[in-house]
Design a protein around this ligand. Structure first.
Ligand code: BGC
Length: 739
């Protein structure tokens, strides 16, 4: 529809029709007759709400979507189509690794491609918007939602967020098979205090603005259709009523022109946070702050009309919000075709599965290998652990994914005729743990997700362990349950589930040749496992093609190339820890490790067990120290950093060359270092490649003592290496000065 017609449409809408666009309800409220069922919190919405509600969340099934859309449009006075939205976080039916795993690939092109497949699949089934990507910087693995983020680094979150958004939305336009993306959760949710879900956030303004806002700042340039407000407060003002954040910073400074949607119930929750005396005040505060869509709270549907009639909210403000929503629908092509993109399902195509396999392979991180890997497919080995015959490689956020589409490791091994002895060993969680994690979706354990294994005689299974001899090699595939990460899944202990820890001990008593493959939604406390394993491969939650990826990597059909997007802590007490923690006085010096009067814990090392950016390969690489030159002058000044990377081993593989910047001396305390560029380079043995990173002057800007931007005259150091703790060399310079 052209802009003039769209404006005409808006001006013909009644106030209730307009407010309807600003209300989002779940699919549960619509039967195929589009008749309202259920309540929102305590409130049963009035009949008009369902007739005019602008968007629907989480409805599944093309037939139902089609039926609801038809009925709704028929009854809507202006025949405005509904927009169906859902959480497509790491795939629709073809499930890619969780976002944390995707970030470990350090390969944005693959992330982009996986998002394209997700968009095509979802769109073919009628879903035209996703609540993804999440770019919340997360350095606390107790937080269950670290699995949805791209890890601890602001720049990596930004790069991957852009890749995902562009995959969903397409470059420039979001027509055709594309879907609308939503950048979330604006902003700082990854810093919830003590990693506890839905907790508040206490960050200095500087850290918030510099590190936590950075990925949003970067990804807003990719023109997301929506931004979602987070639940928590920033500097004690909840985001959904934070005018400064939404109006001045997001819309003003960052120039975001799309739709702002609240998180689920976040507007209504202002009452619970005790910053609004009731739902009416909550609605008023959120509308004043510019939140366009109220997702699943009673506030807008019960009070916005009244607030406009009383003159507390101007109708022109409502018009601005509705205009943004209509524009989003228009960009998606819904006015021309309310079923835009819907066609015969394109789910689980061979190409989508190939993409998911490649991403799964590249997201696995090999953190330890004492020469035991890769295994020889002719060698007799044991594969043990609950994950060898399990399909649980998805996550709680793979809401449309089906376990039936996931192959097991056992099937893959048998399909390849690899001679192995299988010991499934034990269940993923004990009954007590199943209860704690509500793991059977509230169903009794035997009907829950582990139901298909209820007849297993555990004693008999453990009996297989007796066959292991001390020179045998055992691949143990262990890890968290799907229910242990995602939303509402914070953990205070980051150990293996108890039965699996027992199984590990039993095996470790018989042989030291253990390869541990870890399935998890977060960095776990791996120290004890690491001490007694000869190799560790972190596979995260690897998705539909996870089993194939693991087998390929273990048998060396491919070399691991993932790097940690979030460091593995030395123990839970070290959390939160990240490579970009602030520089301190009382710095611990390698020359004097026994010194107690420095910033440290006395009982553990100062560094994580495995740091950000770290990951091994089956081959070796050499990176040369960086060279540097400057281009341009003044605001146009660019720093060009170059180095060479060479595959010095005897198999092909990929290295991620990482470039970090640190300030040598500044008026304020700064992060020890920050990732500023990276490149994944695939090389055959003996081959080498020159890499150059061009960095704009503005990328070095940081806030000075009075929060004024400092954009030059500060001595800086660039290091290049293959992890945050392993530099091949460095070069010092000053922006605006000489090299
Ligand atoms: C989550 C969001 C999600 C929304 C809709 C909320 O509880 O925090 O990330 O998009 O639900 O499902």
């Amino acid at each position: 529809m052209d802009t003039r017609d769209l404006k005409r449409l808006l001006s013909g809408m009644s106030l209730r029709e307009k407010i309807g666009q600003m209300i989002q309800l779940t699919g549960m409220y619509f039967d195929e007759e589009a008749v309202l069922t259920g309540t929102v919190g305590e409130v049963k919405p009035e009949e008009w709400v369902i007739r005019y509600a602008g968007s629907v969340l989480g409805m599944d099934g093309a037939d139902k979507i089609r039926a609801v859309q038809e009925k709704y449009m028929e009854e809507h006075p202006h025949h405005i189509p509904l927009l169906f939205m859902a959480d497509i976080i790491h795939g629709y039916k073809t499930i890619a690794p969780i976002p944390l795993g995707q970030a470990c690939s350090f390969h944005p092109e693959l992330v982009h491609e996986a998002a394209e497949y997700a968009a095509a699949e979802a769109s073919s089934e009628g879903i035209k918007a996703t609540f993804s990507p999440m770019v919340d910087v997360s350095k606390d693995p107790r937080w269950g939602r670290i699995m949805e983020s791209f890890g601890e680094d602001p720049f990596l979150n930004g790069v991957m967020g852009i890749a995902m958004l562009e995959g969903y939305q397409g470059y420039g336009s979001i027509g055709g098979a594309r879907i609308a993306g939503c950048l979330k959760h604006f902003a700082g949710y990854g810093a919830v205090n003590a990693g506890k879900e839905y907790n508040d956030v206490e960050l200095s303004r500087r850290t918030f603005m510099e590190q936590y806002m950075k990925p949003f700042r970067m990804a807003v340039y990719a023109d997301p259709a929506m931004v979602m407000t987070a639940f928590h407060a920033v500097d004690r003002t909840p985001v959904s009523k934070n005018r400064e954040l939404l109006e001045e910073i997001l819309r003003g400074e960052l120039g975001f022109g799309g739709t702002i949607i609240s998180d689920w119930g976040a507007i209504g929750q202002l009452e619970e946070q005790q910053v609004a005396s009731g739902q009416k005040e909550a609605a008023c505060a959120a509308a004043e702050a510019g939140v366009d869509i109220d997702m699943m709270s009673p506030a807008y549907m019960s009070h916005l009309e009244e607030l406009v009639e009383e003159g507390r909210i101007l109708e022109s403000a409502i018009d601005r919000s509705v205009w943004r929503i209509l524009q989003m629908k228009n960009r998606l092509g819904l006015f021309e075709d309310p079923f835009a993109g819907m066609k015969r399902s394109v789910c689980l195509s061979p190409a989508a599965k190939r993409g998911a396999l490649r991403l799964a392979c590249e997201s696995c991180v090999l953190v330890k290998n004492e020469g035991i890997l890769p295994l020889d497919p002719g060698q007799k080995v044991f594969w043990a652990g609950p994950y060898i015959d399990s399909r649980e490689f998805l996550s709680r956020w793979a809401i449309f994914g089906e376990h039936a589409d996931v192959e097991t490791i056992e099937t893959v091994l048998k399909g390849r005729k690899i001679p192995v002895k299988l010991i499934p060993g034990c269940e993923i969680l004990s009954e007590e743990e199943m209860r704690i994690w509500c793991a059977g979706d509230g169903k009794p354990v035997e009907e829950g997700i582990q139901g298909d294994r209820k007849d297993v005689d555990w004693q008999k299974q453990y009996a297989g362990v007796e066959e292991i001899r001390e020179d045998d090699t055992v691949v143990l595939v262990l890890g968290e349950h799907e229910a242990q990460s995602g939303e509402a899944a914070s953990r205070a202990f980051l150990d293996l589930p108890e039965r699996q820890a027992e199984l590990f001990d039993m095996v470790a008593r018989r042989t030291s040749h253990i390869v541990t493959v870890m399935i998890s939604g977060r960095p776990l406390d791996l120290r004890r496992i690491a001490e007694r394993s000869e190799a560790i491969l972190l596979a995260w939650r690897p998705g539909t093609m996870g089993a194939q990826a693991i087998v390929r990597l273990i048998y060396g059909e491919e070399s691991p190339s993932g790097k940690l997007a979030a460091g593995i802590p030395w123990c839970t007490g070290q959390i939160p820890v990240s490579y970009w923690d602030m520089t301190t006085g009382h710095r611990m010096s390698e020359a004097d490790p026994g010194n107690r009067f420095c910033s440290r814990y006395m009982d553990i090392p100062n560094t994580p067990l495995y740091p950000f950016g770290f990951g091994l390969s089956y081959t070796e690489f050499e990176i040369t120290p960086p060279q540097m030159r400057k281009e341009g002058a003044g605001e146009e000044e660019r720093i060009c950093v170059s180095c060479r990377v060479k595959n010095t081993g005897d198999s092909s593989g990929a290295e991620v060359v990482q470039c970090y910047v640190e300030t040598i001396c500044a008026p304020v305390v700064r992060p020890a270092k920050e990732l500023i560029r990276f490149r994944k380079v695939f090389l055959e043995p003996g081959r080498e490649r020159e890499i150059e990173f061009a960095i704009e002057r503005k990328e070095f800007v940081f806030y000075g003592e009075d929060m004024e931007p400092i954009d030059g005259g500060i001595p800086l150091r660039i290091t290049v290496g293959n992890s945050s703790y392993n530099a091949a060399g460095s070069v010092d310079f000053t922006v605006g000065g000489s090299v």
